[in-house]
Write a protein that binds this ligand. Structure first.
Ligand code: GAR
Length: 201
């Protein structure tokens, strides 16, 4: 399966996908970012993967930018889009063009703590159980059907950076696992409740 990764930052999740999926079950054929300087783009180039940045300033608005990203992914015959720390919103028309073919990794147990400050908000809330979610992406923020979730008890932690580091180690296992399920075609929506996913064993 031809996979694209969208990222905004360091790209440690991209690295996990390169190590665990790329060249095995699937092929990462394109990596895009909303930031030209995202370290994750350099990581991709080192792995000989095609990259491109789509800075908002180059376009009339976000919708035009997201349309250009979707066109670029189509040109590269991308079948699955993986959001690995992509911190910008995606336009509804982008979501529609890749309906049920976009997955995201998020550092909380959704539906708790959606958005870009998930770990900080969880720590501020004093929760004792943290976690990671891999989910399909829909038009709203972090609300799409859940594919995989893993929880971890961290009762004594008050530093978001420390918590995030622990959660990222989980992400690096869970995201490749989610991508493999998508590649295998093991994921479908429950006809009785489309918010729930049925996963073939
Ligand atoms: C990841 O921890 C991911 O969960 C988070 O961004 C980080 C990117 O790290 N995403 C979100 O918060 C999305 N709302 P990486 O660039 O090292 O893979």
């Amino acid at each position: 399966m031809r996979i694209a990764v969208l990222l905004s930052g360091r790209g440690t999740n991209l690295q996990a996908l390169i190590e665990k999926v790329h060249g095995f079950d699937g092929e990462i054929v394109a990596v895009a970012s909303d930031h030209e300087e995202a370290p994750g783009l350099r990581l991709a180039r080192r792995a000989d993967i095609l990259t491109r940045s789509f800075e908002l300033a180059q376009f009339a608005d976000r919708s035009a930018r997201d349309n250009a990203i979707a066109d670029w992914l189509d040109q590269n015959e991308v079948e699955l889009v993986v959001l690995a720390g992509y911190m910008a919103l995606l336009d509804d028309s982008f979501i529609a063009r890749f309906r049920d073919r976009i997955i995201n990794v998020h550092p909380s147990l959704l539906p708790a703590f959606p958005g870009t400050r998930a770990v900080e908000l969880a720590v501020e809330s004093g929760v004792k159980v943290f976690g990671v979610t891999v989910h399909l992406v829909d038009e709203r923020i972090d609300t799409g059907p859940i594919l995989l979730q893993r929880a971890i008890e961290l009762p004594g932690y008050s530093d978001p950076t420390e918590v995030h580091k622990i959660l990222q180690a989980i992400e690096h296992e869970l995201l490749p696992e989610g991508v493999r399920l998508m590649i295998r075609g093991a994921v479908s929506r429950d006809p009785a409740n489309p918010q729930r996913l049925i996963i073939e064993p």
